[in-house]
Design a protein around this ligand. Structure first.
Ligand code: ADP
Length: 262
């Protein structure tokens, strides 16, 4: 049995509490509906691809989870904590890599990470220790003193992942993290994210419109026009739709609006 270990002072969680739980989420910008009845749950250590074309609502979903926007209907819980009613506990458990890079290019790698640690209440020594640990996880230990400006695009994204993990979140959200990267760097980033799930038990929600970032065993949530149309791995989706590839399944779903859930 998997039991979540929570910090002292927080309400104890039930065994197997999902890292992320979204229920009946509706959201609109002004009068324009953008998300409709979105429900999903992601377990600790799961790697889940949120796959949808541009405009599907992926970034909006992330904005609601992180409470950048808050005027919505439905429920969002991180590690069992409600993002509204228990905001401090909930947000302590999320790491985010935004679509637009947000590192300070003129600071060193370790300074960027230490700054983030300070925002989460870490002292300098703890922040440095955490920074070195996280840089090791993403294979960048040898770059910790390098100014971010001197890193490649792929290395910068890995620094952002390390930063997102500084406060040991249960859930890491990555919004189109490979935009602008070459194929080798994209592949490497996908590798790193999978390893985090297996080795650290972090749940990863990876938003993308690129089907080639989905690996055969990955769970895929297909989002289109604000609705979740499918939930399953490539084999499940292709079998149920009677097609040969995930690409065809995606075209079929996005074209026809069919709904499939495991
Ligand atoms: P994705 O991340 O999947 O590309 P978004 O969440 O960015 O999708 O956008 C979903 C829909 O919401 C799109 O139709 C987009 O035009 C619209 N949208 C996004 N941001 C805003 C905003 N700030 N105001 C109004 N409409 C928005």
């Amino acid at each position: 049995m998997r039991v979540s270990s929570e910090q002292a002072g927080d309400a104890p969680l039930e065994p197997l509490t999902p890292a992320l739980e979204v229920r009946d989420l509706d959201f609109s910008y002004g009068g324009k509906g953008v998300l409709e009845s979105v429900s999903l749950a992601i377990e600790a250590g799961e790697f889940v691809v949120l796959l949808g074309p541009n405009g599907a609502g992926k970034t909006t979903l992330f904005s609601l989870i992180t409470r950048l926007h808050d005027r919505r209907r439905g429920e969002i819980r991180i590690g069992g904590f409600d993002v509204r009613g228990q905001a401090v506990q909930a947000h302590a458990r999320i790491g985010v890599v935004f679509q637009q890079p947000t590192l300070d290019l003129d600071l060193s790698v370790v300074q960027n990470l230490a700054y983030h640690g300070a925002l989460h209440g870490m002292g300098p020594r703890e922040a440095r220790r955490q920074a070195e640990l996280q840089l090791k996880r993403v294979g960048l230990s040898d770059q910790h003193r390098t100014r971010v400006r001197r890193l490649s695009g792929g290395q910068r994204r890995r620094v952002e992942i390390a930063r997102g993990l500084m406060h040991s979140p249960r859930l890491l959200l990555l919004d189109e993290p490979t935009v602008g990267l070459d194929i080798a760097s994209r592949r490497e980033l996908v590798e790193h994210a999978h390893r985090l799930c297996v080795e650290e038990g972090v749940a990863v929600l990876w938003a993308t419109h690129l089907i080639d970032e989905v690996r055969p065993g990955d769970r895929v949530l297909v989002l289109h026009r604000g609705r979740l149309l499918a939930d399953g791995n490539a084999e499940t989706l292709t079998t149920r739709l009677g097609v040969a590839t995930l690409g065809e399944a995606f075209d079929r779903l996005v074209g026809a609006g069919e709904i499939i859930c495991d």
